[in-house]
Design a protein around this ligand. Structure first.
Ligand SMILES: *[C@@H]1O[C@H](CO)[C@@H](O)[C@H](O)[C@H]1NC(C)=O
Ligand SMILES: *[C@@H]1O[C@H](CO)[C@@H](O)[C@H](O)[C@H]1NC(C)=O
Length: 360
């Protein structure tokens, strides 16, 4: 699992390097894999040599973008939150680069980086890679969620940083009213301003919904057998959504105390196993059926395989704005379905890669 997630991160970074080369320094694969497996580099404040990226070019606003006051509270900013982890760094850097590259107003994008380790190293690295980037690094204390995390069948999903998205409303400045949360294994190939402008209506979060997915399987028999739990979905039409691409209204989130609601489900999960996966099910419990639907083009996921059951998703018909490498769990769910989806996933990736390169 872990190698695959790492691979996905590397792959997306590699993809960008293929396309954008020479804007990012290219590494031979062996080098990249080695650097991503050294999870605790020395704590000097400059990044290890293997963890440096060539400085990205300057990305300039188009004429229509207006002027920026210099404050993080400026209402013209587009806020993007993304985690920075030494192990998945290439993915995060590639994601940031892809956003800037495709933005009409790249100077209006403010990045909120969530970090649990090596804060200084990562901050230095971002500064040297993107000298003009508007960003802030936030330390997310793993101790906040460690007592709430239950053991999962998928170890990689239990990284505390996966839960940082639950705390954005607390971490970010109160004047930040909305944020786009993005996983670090994706590439944006469209103007992020369009996603930002998507209306949430009266909803607190927006995400592409997948109503054809079998919702039952995300929770255990214990959950469905106990009305105290499953009753939470009565009167709703819950659909699966992926928490790797979300638009979040932080004002409504704070007002509705959603962090606490998510934590309550995690506390229940500690006592009784109501689901198997990590950070996703509490989001489904709180929000499924109350999500503002966002166009599917903003999350072409399932690349590399379905991250839940090893089955591959169909590619979105028509243009795609965001490519997402959902991790494929080769190791921890070894079954006959793995091999079949493994081959179909690689063909969908190469198909997409062809399409992607072609449309560039
Ligand atoms: C988003 O909305 C703002 C404010 O209405 C507008 O100025 C901007 O051009 C829009 N951006 C895009 C990409 O549609
Ligand atoms: C949905 O998943 C549940 C639990 O895995 C299974 O029992 C049920 O048959 C599935 N339903 C459909 C329509 O596939």
């Amino acid at each position: 699992m872990l190698w695959l997630l790492r691979f996905s991160g590397f792959f997306s970074a590699a993809l960008v390097m293929i396309i954008l080369s020479p804007s990012l320094q290219s590494f031979p694969p062996a080098e990249a894999i080695r650097s991503s497996s050294s999870s605790s580099p020395s704590s000097s404040s400059s990044p290890p040599a293997t963890l440096s990226f060539r400085q990205a070019p300057e990305f300039r606003n188009a004429d229509q973008c207006g002027t920026f006051s210099g404050s993080i509270c400026d209402p013209s900013l587009v806020h993007v939150a993304i985690t920075l982890d030494i192990d998945y760094l290439r993915g995060s850097i590639a994601a940031v680069h892809s956003i800037l590259q495709h933005s009409v107003c790249p100077e209006n994008v403010f990045f909120h980086f969530l970090v649990s380790h090596e804060t200084k190293i990562l901050e230095t690295l971002v500064k040297s890679t993107f000298p003009n980037l508007k960003f802030k690094v936030y330390f997310f204390d793993p101790l906040i969620v460690r007592p709430l995390i239950s053991t999962s069948i998928r170890q990689a999903l239990e990284q505390p940083l996966n839960y940082a998205r639950n705390y954005l409303a607390d971490l970010l400045e109160p004047c930040v009213r909305k944020v786009i949360y993005l996983d670090s294994d994706l590439i944006v190939v469209d103007d992020i301003g369009k996603l930002w402008n998507t209306s949430l209506g009266s909803r607190t979060i927006g995400a592409p919904e997948y109503c054809h997915a079998n919702f039952t399987k995300y929770f255990t028999a214990v959950f469905w057998g106990d009305k105290r739990y499953s009753g939470t979905f009565s009167g709703r039409r819950p659909c699966y959504f992926n928490t790797g691409v979300m638009v979040m209204d932080l004002v409504r989130w704070r007002r509705g105390k959603y962090t606490r609601r998510i934590e309550r489900w995690m506390e229940i999960q500690r006592r009784e196993r109501i689901y198997e996966l990590g950070s996703l099910p509490p989001f489904l419990l709180v929000f499924a059926g109350h999500v503002a639907p966002i166009e599917h083009r903003w999350n072409q996921h399932g690349l590399g395989g379905d991250n839940v059951r090893g089955s591959c998703r169909d590619l979105h018909p028509g243009p795609v704005s965001l490519l997402h490498w959902s991790g494929y769990h080769h190791h921890d769910m070894g079954s006959s379905s793995s091999s079949s989806s493994s081959s179909s996933s690689s063909s969908s990736v190469s198909h997409l890669l062809r399409r992607f390169v072609f449309s560039w």
